[in-house]
Design a protein around this ligand. Structure first.
Ligand SMILES: [Zn+2]
Length: 418
């Protein structure tokens, strides 16, 4: 199988113009001694909303790495695919995020559950993670509940995996399993048995994305207690380490955090815990690059600013429609959104400051930022003008994209100075 490096970052680039600026952030980290594998990810939903094709992400990744003379590994991630959507990603992707969230809670056949229970008999009562103080009490009834909740999803994951393997060959891609798009988090014990199920299905899993406690809203900070996250994350990490040895999963299996971007308050915890245990990590940053394009255009002033200002004004009238697909990953308080009249009195600088994620800046408005985050559809409907303005103001925009990924994300996770 193709293996992914210890540290990797999922770079979303919805409109396909910022790959070079994103890569520059990766190269900057490398110059400071942190090697991060770039992974360009784009989901089927984003492709449909924008009208782009999976092959375009491959073309972008190939072309920006080539122009930069980047001769290390990079990947193109078919993000959150399932059996119905995987086909058109097969040729261009070499990283597949198999999403089984929608199968969680479906009950597998009685015989499958019985076989599974037989295979985990030795864990009845107690799971002790060797080399740590971590241990969990677990009854047979609780294990049955976990099997009834997750085994069907693991079987489905294998079905999707097999389809990709048949088309591409086992050696030619990286497999991730995601379960993050659900309302209830998985506990470390859930994760332990889920890994057993995936190992039994013979899936060469390299990254796994569980759902953690707390809200991971799009483009804004973590909503929850960072200390609770830290202890859950650490327990998950130790569980993965133990499961790799117990169940014969790939040695380099690591956690994938579908961060929704900008989880600044938990980044230092992630960084220090992976350092403490010498573990790898994959972090998806999602659509934050689109927001940096908006910020860069606002700062450019003139027509570019008017374009993004109009997107915001339009989005105010279409809030319900735009935010509906993202209801579980946004918390937008309508009453805290600046009105059309207010925004019409602003200049580009004020607009940029209001949505740029600098915690502590008195202009920063997380509600407006989230609404714009889900409004990329409006730029897609005027894509010719949007691209023209991006290209016209490339320098300002790409500086915003680079600075965001490097200063605000990579530096916080890997404890580097901007
Ligand atoms: Zn996700």
């Amino acid at each position: 199988m193709r293996t992914i490096g210890k540290y990797s970052i999922g770079l979303g680039d919805r409109f396909g113009h910022q790959g070079a600026a994103q890569l520059k952030a990766i190269e900057k980290a490398s110059s400071k001694g942190i090697e991060i594998t770039p992974v360009w990810n784009k989901s089927n939903r984003e492709h449909i909303t924008i009208g782009s094709l999976p092959g375009e992400v491959r073309d972008e990744a190939d072309s920006v790495t080539k122009s930069a003379g980047f001769n290390k590994a990079y990947f193109v991630d078919a993000d959150h695919i399932n059996l119905d959507t995987v086909d058109r990603f097969i040729d261009s992707s070499d990283f597949f995020t198999i999403d089984v969230a929608s199968f969680i809670g479906w009950k597998a056949e009685e015989q499958d559950i019985e076989e599974f229970m037989e295979s985990v008999k030795k864990y009845n009562g107690h799971i002790k993670i060797p080399g740590s103080r971590l241990s969990f009490k677990i009854s047979e009834t609780q294990i049955i509940e976990i099997a009834e909740k997750y085994l069907f999803a693991a079987i489905k994951a294998y079905e999707i995996y097999r389809k990709i393997e048949k088309a591409k060959g086992r050696e030619n891609f990286v497999t991730e399993i995601s379960m993050d798009e659900v309302t209830r988090p998985q506990t470390p014990v859930d994760l332990f048995f889920i890994l057993k199920m995936l190992a039994s299905e013979n899936i060469p899993l390299q990254t796994i994305a569980p759902k953690f406690t707390g809200r991971f809203n799009k483009g804004v900070d973590y909503a929850g207690d960072p200390m609770v996250f830290a202890s859950e994350f650490e327990a998950d990490l130790l569980v993965i380490d133990y499961a790799v040895k117990e169940f014969g999963l790939p040695e380099n299996l690591k956690m994938s955090i579908h961060s929704g971007s900008d989880k600044f308050s938990i980044y230092p915890h992630i960084g220090s815990i992976i350092k403490k245990f010498d573990k790898g990590i994959h972090i998806k940053t999602a659509g934050t690059t689109w927001l940096e394009e908006v910020i860069g255009l606002a700062e450019s002033g003139g027509e570019a600013f008017e374009f993004v200002r109009d997107i915001y004004i339009n989005s105010l009238e279409r809030i319900e429609e735009l935010s509906a697909p993202y209801a579980d990953v946004t918390d937008i308080y309508f009453s805290s959104l600046p009105s059309k009249q207010e925004v019409l009195s602003w200049d580009g600088k004020k607009f940029a400051e209001t949505i740029r994620h600098i915690p502590g800046n008195k202009e920063y408005n997380a509600n407006m930022r989230q609404l714009l985050h889900v409004s990329y559809k409006l730029a897609a409907s005027d894509i010719k003008d949007y691209f023209r303005l991006l290209e016209l103001n490339e320098q300002t925009v790409s500086e915003c994209v680079y600075e965001n990924i490097y200063n605000r994300h990579i530096c916080r996770i890997f404890d580097l100075t901007p």
